[in-house]
Design a protein around this ligand. Structure first.
Ligand code: NAD
Ligand code: ZN
Length: 360
């Protein structure tokens, strides 16, 4: 078995690069036929970005709500709406937004060519054929969803948050335009931006290492440190730096696993519906036992950037709630083995996890 890695084949980078989207889509439509489907973060509803998009007659634009993170049911609904409206496959799917919107675009693209239900593809390498040609345009930096080989979906029936991990999930084209994230609110910028930092420290502290993945992670981490260690994480140069860090962090994920933070964070997201970036930061804030140096560094960044976190998040949970938190954490075997070894259940015991969750 060859362990092959793939990254996004094409990316355009630079302020104003979104203006090139129309040309890319027109070339595609000429050679393939079919309409274009846009998924746009609801933040942009009524804003100039939407007015300027190259939406042609017959195309469809969906505004993606980010109130809840993407679910398998939500993806199935988009699939039904698109297949009911069109008899041919779209020429392109475009996702413009944060991780929620980019992952929605990726998942719908896979489903359109593979058929069935979104939940059939949650796992590793279950997507059989390439999806519809897809373009990703991130408007907030950190998750690396723009360059990773997964799209994370919550499956409510199974109490499971898991992606379609596949090389077919990788975008065919990215437009990385640093003018887009300038409107992101301060706390959100930090929470989502920290995803890159956390992915990288987890990978670099793990046992499942890969020299190329490590190089991506080290550079992404260095850029993140520049951003969060500077006086203003949101100045123009830092917005651009974080966009590059996020892209490189996403490339790193294909060659690595996360560690202890992401499984605990997934527990918070699954049981309490806390969004990924915030959930990560809530966990990172209490990681002294597992990542002592990085936890100190994280505290410093929060203080320097004047960012705060909610407290008492698990305060209303009963024993059953803590049991569900544990179950939806401990199922993340790959990252936990990466961080703690095969005997991870003896280290991250139910009691120890509950103790961590109680401090959140
Ligand atoms: P998000 O997509 O919910 O965006 C965060 C918030 O910022 C939203 O309220 C959104 O409306 C707003 N926003 C986005 N761009 C903006 C802009 N330019 N100006 C103002 N507001 C803006 O959150 P996220 O943190 O980007 O992504 C989280 C999602 O990504 C989760 O579902 C998570 O599971 C997933 N994820 C995916 C991967 C992957 O590799 N595919 C990796 C990590 C996380
Ligand atoms: Zn993450």
């Amino acid at each position: 078995m060859v362990n092959n890695s793939k990254n996004v084949p094409y990316y355009a980078f630079g302020e104003g690069s979104l203006a090139g989207l129309g040309t890319l889509l027109a070339e595609r439509a000429k050679s393939r036929g079919g309409r274009c489907i846009f998924f746009v973060d609801h933040f942009f509803q009524g804003r100039s970005l939407v007015r300027d998009l190259p939406v042609e007659e017959g195309d469809t634009l969906f505004f993606v709500s980010t109130v809840d993170e993407p679910t398998t049911d939500g993806i199935n609904e988009y699939y039904s709406a698109i297949t009911a409206k069109y008899h041919e496959l779209p020429s392109a799917i475009v996702g413009i937004g944060g991780g929620c919107t980019l992952d929605t675009a990726k998942a719908v693209s896979n489903l359109l060519t593979n058929g069935g239900k979104a939940e059939d593809y949650q796992g590793w390498d279950l997507v059989k054929v390439p999806g519809v040609y897809k373009v990703g345009v991130p408007t907030i930096s950190g998750t690396g969803a723009e360059s990773s080989r997964t799209c994370v979906l919550t499956n409510r029936r199974k109490n499971l948050k898991l992606g379609m991990n596949s090389e077919h999930t990788i975008f065919d084209q990215l437009i990385l335009d640093p003018a887009l994230p300038v409107t992101v609110p301060r706390n959100q910028y930090f929470y989502t931006g920290m995803d890159t930092y956390i992915h990288c420290i987890e990978s670099l502290n793990g046992s499942h290492r890969h020299a190329v993945g490590d190089s991506f992670s080290r550079e992404a981490l260095a850029l993140s440190r520049e951003v969060f260690g500077s006086a203003d994480m949101q100045n123009r140069a830092n917005v651009e730096r974080l966009m590059v860090a996020s892209y490189l962090g996403g490339c790193a994920i294909a060659n690595s696993y996360v560690g202890v933070v992401h499984p605990l964070s997934a527990g918070l997201s699954t049981v309490l519906k806390i969004h990924h970036g915030l959930a990560n930061c809530l966990v990172m804030n209490v990681m002294e036992d597992f990542y002592p140096k990085e936890t100190d560094e994280f505290h410093r960044y929060m203080e320097d950037q004047g960012v705060d976190l909610p407290s008492g998040v698990t305060g209303n949970l009963d024993d059953d709630g803590f049991a569900r938190l544990y179950e939806s954490t401990i199922i993340h075997e790959k990252p936990l083995v990466n961080a703690l070894g095969a005997e991870y259940r003896a280290i991250l015991t139910r009691e120890r996890a509950s103790e961590i969750f109680r401090r959140i």
